[in-house]
Structures are given as C-alpha cells and as structure tokens.
Design a protein around this ligand. Structure first.
Ligand SMILES: [Zn+2]
Length: 309
C-alpha cells in the first residue's frame, strides 16, 4: 500500500489525486462534476477519475460539497448546485463502484484536515478554518479532530448575521448573512451594481482592477472583507482558537482584501485575544485533496484492523 486516492467533489468540478503516506500529492485528475445529471452520474465520474489515477489506491477518501455524515456515509443536505445530492449514499455508492474502503467528509472539513496534516495548521490545538469562495464555509478542528456538531452542520460560518448584509437574501433562504455580501459571487455582483467596469467578468478581474487603483473595486473588496472580518472576530471571541486560517478563492484577492479583513478582525477581538492573527492556508486548492487522503488512510488502516467499510 503506497497510495490512497483523495477526492474533492465540488459543484462544478471534481478532482482526484494519489496521496502518499506522508500526505504527498501525486498524480491528479480533474473532471467536470456532472451535477445536473444527478447523483449516479456524479458517483460514476468520481469512480472514473479514481480509475484514471492508476496506482492501485488502497482506499479512497472523499471531501464533498454538502452536509455529510461521515458515520453513515450519506449526504444529509446539499444546495441547488447539486440537485438530488441530498440522500445519496456517498460512501456505499463509491464502495460498490471501486471495491476499496471509502471514507467521506464535507469538503471544507477535508480542507481543514489537509492544512492540519501537512499545511499551515500542523501541531495546532484549536483551528478555525474559513474558506471564502462561491460560498463562505468553515471548519473547527479541536486537537486535530473535526467538530461536526449535533447535526453535522457545524462550520457554517457564512450564515452569521453582519450589519453590512442586513436585509440581503442569502443562499440558505435566510437574510442578512455574511455570505450574502462576502462570498465571491456577491463581491462580483456588488462591483457591477456599484458602477464597476462591465468588462470585469469575474472576481479575479475585480481584484486585478483593485490592484490597479480602481476605486469601486477597492471599496467593494473592502466592504466584503470588513463584513467577513467582523464575523470572524466575533467567532474568535466565542471560540478562542489557537489559529484562524483563511483560504478559498476569495483569499486570492490580494492585499486590497486582506488588509481590511485583518483590520476588521482585529477590531472585534476581546483584549485577551489581541495578537491573534489571520493566517493564509498553505496548500491552496490541494488542501481538500490532502485532507481527503488523510481520511482515506484512516479507512485503509481500519479495513485491515477492525472493520470493513
Ligand atoms: Zn445564510
């Protein structure tokens, strides 16, 4: 057994990689997620991606979008981006297709496990990870163990209320949540709504314009980052973590985003927490694959010693 496969299932694309015993990332395959074709098509795409890796992986670890129950292996709920995904037997379905032990986890939890294994959060007691991308996700690790909560929902950092989001509809059906002003699509839409250059087709373009001094872009990133920083500062006060890690695509927006994020975060902290900083993740987009690999190795060990997944 020299490798397991780590898999990261997102709403638009799915990646699979061979992961070594020490968390080394080997051959990687990325395919579109056929989300609109339903769960069976998604599971088949995952199995195909794993087969294409070769290398005869001893087990498969999966980080997936949605609320995942790692014990039952089922997807408990998912957004409209993956119709029918809720109710899918993710672990059982993949085990049937691949014939090796399979372990499953939510993708943001997998991201945090990856950073804790080989990235920016090794040997760290309590880690709060925030992944700012299409949505705002999060994960709390306590001594390296994911805190899932009573209903497997823990970590939904995007659904904290912040003043800047007052009244705004959120993807969850509620209103006023930080995701509605700080997630990537919200930032891009805000930039255009404020009269930004119509040629800026995505958030990356907005960030590039901010770097060139586009005032609307600078203010848009500042507004979103400030809202997120406030939410994270409040969370830090409540949880008193050793480390707060920030990752996801929005974290690639540069100093125009990080500066106001840090300022708003620091301004919220209770006196004993002053000095607590925000750190960037180290593994980038590979983090969830590495974390998925870690639970894959656990499944491999479990299958040989105690039970068959
Ligand atoms: Zn919400």
């Amino acid at each position: 057994m020299s490798h397991v496969a780590g898999v990261d299932i997102g709403g638009t694309k799915t990646s699979a990689a061979l992961i070594g015993r020490g968390g080394e990332v080997g051959r990687t395959v990325t395919v579109p997620t056929p989300a609109a074709d339903g769960p069976a098509a998604v599971l088949a795409a995952v199995a195909d991606a794993v087969h294409r890796l070769g290398g005869d992986p001893a087990a498969v670890g999966v980080g997936s979008a949605g609320v995942i129950d790692p014990d039952s292996g089922y997807v408990l709920s998912a957004t409209d981006a993956m119709p029918g995904w809720a109710g899918t037997d993710l672990r059982g379905g993949l085990h049937d297709l691949l014939g090796v032990p399979v372990a499953v986890e939510n993708d943001v939890h997998a991201h945090a496990l990856g950073e804790a294994w080989t990235g920016a959060a090794t040997d760290t007691g309590t880690v709060l990870l925030v992944a700012a991308g299409t949505g705002i996700g999060g994960s709390l690790l306590i001594d390296g163990v994911v805190h899932h909560g009573a209903r497997h929902v823990a970590g939904h950092v995007g659904h904290l209320a912040v003043p800047a989001a007052a009244g705004r509809p959120c993807t969850c059906g509620g209103r006023g949540h930080v995701e509605a002003v700080a997630a990537g699509p919200a930032l891009h839409a805000d930039y255009l709504a404020q009269g930004g250059h119509p040629a800026a087709g995505d958030l990356r373009a907005v960030a590039a314009r901010a770097e060139q001094g586009d005032e609307i872009a600078v203010r848009t990133l500042e507004r979103g980052a400030t809202a997120l920083g406030q939410a994270l500062g409040g969370l830090a006060n409540a949880l008193d973590p050793d480390l707060v890690l920030v990752g996801g695509g929005v974290a690639g927006c540069g100093e125009a985003w990080w500066r106001p994020l840090r300022a708003a975060f620091t301004a919220e902290l209770l006196p004993p927490l002053r000095g607590l900083d925000l750190a960037a993740g180290r593994l980038g987009t590979a983090a969830a694959l590495v974390g998925a690999g870690r639970i894959g190795w656990e499944a491999a060990a479990c299958a040989t010693t105690c039970c068959l997944h």
